[in-house]
Ligand binder design. Sequence first.
Ligand code: GLN
Length: 531
Amino acid sequence: MSKFVFVTGGVVSSLGKGITVASLGRLLKSRGLTVSVLKFDPYLNVDPGTMSPFQHGEIFVTEDGGQCDLDLGHYERFIDTNLTKDSNVTSGKIYWSILSRERKGGYDGGTVQVIPHVTNEIKDRIWSLAKSSGADVILVEIGGTVGDIEGLPFMEAIRQFRMDVGRESSLFIHVTLVPYVAAAKELKTKPTQHSVKELRSIGIQPDVIVCRSEAPITEDIRAKVALFCNVEEEAVIPNPDVESIYEIPLCFAEARLDEIVLEKLNLTASPADLSSWRQLVSVIKNLRDRVVVGIVGKYVSLPDAYLSVAEALRHAGFSHGVDVEVRWIEAEDLERGRTELLEDLDGILVPGGFGQRGVEGKITAAQYAREHKVPYFGICLGMQCAVMELARNVAKLEDAGSVEFGSCAHPVISFIPGHPEVTGLEGSMQVGTRACQIQPDTHSMKWYGQTVVQERHRNRYVINKKYLESLAEAGMRVAGLSTDGLVEIMELEGHPWFVGTLFHPEFKSRPTRPHPLFVGFIQAILDQKKG
Ligand code: GLN
């Protein structure tokens, strides 16, 4: 039977609970255990697919087409495992299934209540992931902060869960903040004490407390947290600020977090083999040169909106031993004529996106990259913008555009042929993994080194094949095709690196296994810099 670790957060949000869970997952995996992860998000949306990145950050896409919380990206990157849509459950999903059952008379005339119906549905999701994954350990993260109204049913469900499975099969970890008060030159444990008190008031006593802090947690602070929060001293785990998030598993290993978790769950496992992870961290700490890549988007004031893209660039940098500095460029600034923002970039990346705002700026970025021979990587909307630009300025198809933004003389980007017209927000979206056939003699073939690849998608529109001939005459050719003939990759000829993909390669990049197209992009940048 699986063992279950529940992770809650206290004091404030954005403590990096997701990275804590991901890092623990990495440690357990390095000890030979199999791990799966479940993120509960207490908000009422059914999934984050329709939420603005300003609200929510990036939408992470799983292999099976789940539109998920960005924490799933951390889990996949750290644990190096593919998750499914069952790993992200919102209150919306829970209520949706309860209400559908109720409408079908599934409750036999009974009153439907938070306890037991909602809590049972939550517990069922945990059991069902345990069953489908067969993992030794299921890590369950509860989104939000203890005390949030929406989070209460989840807290109650995990409280009951421990009663159901017993102490040796379940464990509670609470992640809190230990703030440094500069005026007093002191770390303060009071917020942590209060947050644990709040947790206890709903019946949960944490077994382990992970303390986020800017300054190192001293032994006396550790002792104080232990005493006031009723946990063992060794189970107070420091989680200090570090240069790279990838150092966290090593910090936890040093604090023996994996040992403590295994002891409490009465699990035996082989010693941790962290050699590849240590190697990764040593590479990160010894990066030689720096290259600057501009990400041109419309949510750049919130870099979490492009989290996986930025991470994928960094991973590719690690493989070349170079530090990739991401420069965030507001697409609308380019529309205001501020093209000087593009001038000292080593590479330009236009990521995915929806809606018209900023599109003309992205097209300007693609034009700049094409004309100045700056390596360019266009992802989904980024590819569509590059195609519109080439169509307008080289193929001379005046008013070339995308049907996403209304009608135009030359819809070079159009609906997926045969796909249903938009009904509701998700109607015509194509999400998840599809095979792509790589064409010979292309950058893509050189870097993938294989003819068929599987990549993750999230789009409604594609390149209109009617225009492929004009685009080819203008120098852009198809480098990848799906089995049903959709254009998956375009490359510009006679340019050091100008590649656009319909899919999102960033979701498959891992720090220890960077994505080949990102590796190729950084290589092109380095070659270009060498002249
Ligand atoms: N809005 C475009 C489409 O739906 C691009 C989507 C994306 O970049 N993921 O096709």
